[in-house]
Design a protein around this ligand. Structure first.
Ligand code: ZN
Length: 236
């Protein structure tokens, strides 16, 4: 695991040592209790992820009725201005994206698969940040976590149909050794740039490839093993 410790926020990027999901697919509650303690958080919240383009805004302590709020509400992103509240997502090959708005002191975490990307989850996150906190996109900082990268994310010729109505999709496919690959991080980066996020504020340091880097859980490599790694961000 990696802990990115900024004076204003901390980000936890998990790996294959994360046992948040048991081999039978059940949630391991002890894992989340331990994370709450280890990261010294007041609350920890995860949504029931459904590959959607929807999410929630936590802008009041009244929305935090207990310490651990696990997979109760459906959605694929969370934003908050509440300090010491861990907001998290689980991934295996999908892309974890962390947002930080330094002006309003707001963080966000987003689960982006290809489905969420083509249905504009990133633009929905920005809309919600603007609505809840009046965020200026030109001030946002972004971190990409570990995901399937273009080196290994093989797709079929038919799969490209899913991207027919997608903007920014022209240069996200790569032909490699006679097969076709998808560059999901590049698609999300293109979308962020179009929405006004500065290029220099998109950090790829933690975007290792979950398929070829054996330190991570990978849905594709492991023949659909239910293991997932967590990404958690909290304001200090
Ligand atoms: Zn790879």
């Amino acid at each position: 695991m990696i802990l990115h410790n900024d004076p204003s926020y901390k980000i936890y990027f998990g790996d294959s040592k994360d046992d948040c999901v048991k081999s039978d697919g059940q949630i391991n509650k002890e894992y989340f209790e331990k994370k709450l303690q280890d990261l010294k958080l007041d609350n920890l919240i995860f949504l029931k992820q459904i590959h959607s383009n929807k999410g929630i805004c936590i802008d009041s302590p009244s929305l935090l009725n207990k310490k651990l709020i696990l997979f109760e509400q459906e959605g694929d992103f969370i934003i908050t201005n509440q300090r010491n509240v861990g907001i998290g997502i689980l991934t295996a090959d999908c892309l974890p994206v962390v947002f930080y708005d330094p002006v309003n002191h707001v963080v966000g975490v987003v689960h982006v698969g290809w489905k969420g990307a083509v249905t504009n989850i990133i633009s929905n996150v920005i809309k919600k940040l603007k609505k809840c906190f009046n965020t200026d996109t030109s001030k946002i900082k972004i971190y990409f976590g570990p995901s399937a990268r273009v080196c290994c994310y093989q797709i079929s010729n038919e799969f490209i149909k899913n991207f027919d109505n997608c903007s920014f999709c022209e240069d996200i496919f790569l032909k490699k050794d006679g097969s076709l690959h998808l560059d999901l991080p590049k698609l999300v980066k293109n979308q962020l740039l179009d929405l006004g996020v500065p290029k220099g504020e998109i950090n790829f340091d933690y975007n290792s490839c979950t398929i070829c880097d054996l330190r991570f859980h990978s849905y594709r490599r492991s023949n659909q093993d239910p293991g997932r790694q967590a990404t958690i961000v909290a304001l200090k």
